[in-house]
Design a protein around this ligand. Structure first.
Ligand code: 13P
Length: 266
């Protein structure tokens, strides 16, 4: 049977939220996450101005928090940038790096994303490294080549620390479109990424591999049941407490079910 890994569900709020409305969402997620099985990790990556609020409302709960990006620089004259160590100052655990919206709208190259991942790790954050192909690249049969190159740049840069990251496969064509990859399509790419990680050694092979792109309560369970899908990176649905918690619950059911099946195996 497939190797068992814990599940991880991370919300990416993107550029959404306000101080007033965040409170209800954060409080609801903190309470709801309390009843999840312990094999499920939950986190929300909020806009940096709200890190203090996330810290205040989530500290002591099961829910961790993080940023959606970090600077490639440690500090200095970089107007508008936020250093990884600043994010850590607010008790954060995670930093997303290399989201396709950063790669596309801010021209971030694979090597630049790798520097950011290293910067996050050096500060004591866990980078969630996003990889994914565009529709044109998929249709040209280049999916593995594209995501492989994006992942390789990070693995090369981090060397022995590569086991400390989280990877999120987010096909660009599935982000915010309502058109998720099918579980078979996602699993295929995850299996490829897993083999790429495994080539770096046994500990790197166990890096959590999240799927992102139109994950909703209705498709989360089917995606999370795939052997190489260890959870999700959730955009739109992470802004609605019932939806985000339903996705977390789906991860919980899969985690419980897997353990149950394993226990039942003679
Ligand atoms: P959606 O869940 O809104 O498709 O966004 C996915 C995403 O980009 C998460 O990082």
């Amino acid at each position: 049977m497939a190797k068992q890994r814990a599940k991880l569900v991370v919300g990416n709020w993107k550029m959404h939220g306000r101080l007033g409305s965040n409170r209800a969402l954060l409080e609801a997620v903190a309470i709801g996450a309390g009843s999840l099985p312990e094999q499920v990790g939950v986190a929300v990556c909020v806009p940096c101005p709200y890190l203090a609020q996330a810290q205040a409302l989530l500290a002591g709960s099961r829910v961790k928090w993080g940023s959606q990006d970090v600077s490639a620089h440690q500090g200095g004259a970089y107007t508008g940038e936020v250093a990884a160590e600043m994010v850590l100052d607010f008790g954060a655990t995670y930093a997303i790096v290399g989201h396709s919206e950063r790669r596309e709208y801010h021209g971030e190259s694979a090597e630049f994303v790798a520097v950011k991942a290293q910067r996050a790790l050096l500060a004591g954050l866990t980078p969630i490294v996003c990889v994914g192909e565009t529709l044109a690249q998929r249709e040209a049969g280049e999916t593995e080549q594209v995501v492989g190159a994006q992942l390789d740049a990070v693995l090369k840069k981090l060397a022995d620390d590569a086991a400390k990251i989280v990877v999120a496969y987010e096909p660009v064509w599935a982000i915010g479109t309502g058109k998720s990859a099918t579980s078979t399509e996602a699993q295929q790419v995850h299996a490829f990424l897993r083999s790429r990680l495994a080539a770096q050694g046994a500990t790197v092979a166990d890096v959590p591999l999240l799927y992102g792109g139109s994950v909703k309560p209705g498709n989360a369970g089917e995606l999370f049941r795939q052997p190489d899908i260890d959870g999700g990176l959730i955009g739109g649905a992470s802004l609605v407490d019932e939806d985000f918690l339903a996705i977390c619950a789906a991860a919980g059911e899969v985690a419980r079910g897997t353990v149950g099946a394993a226990d039942a195996t003679p």
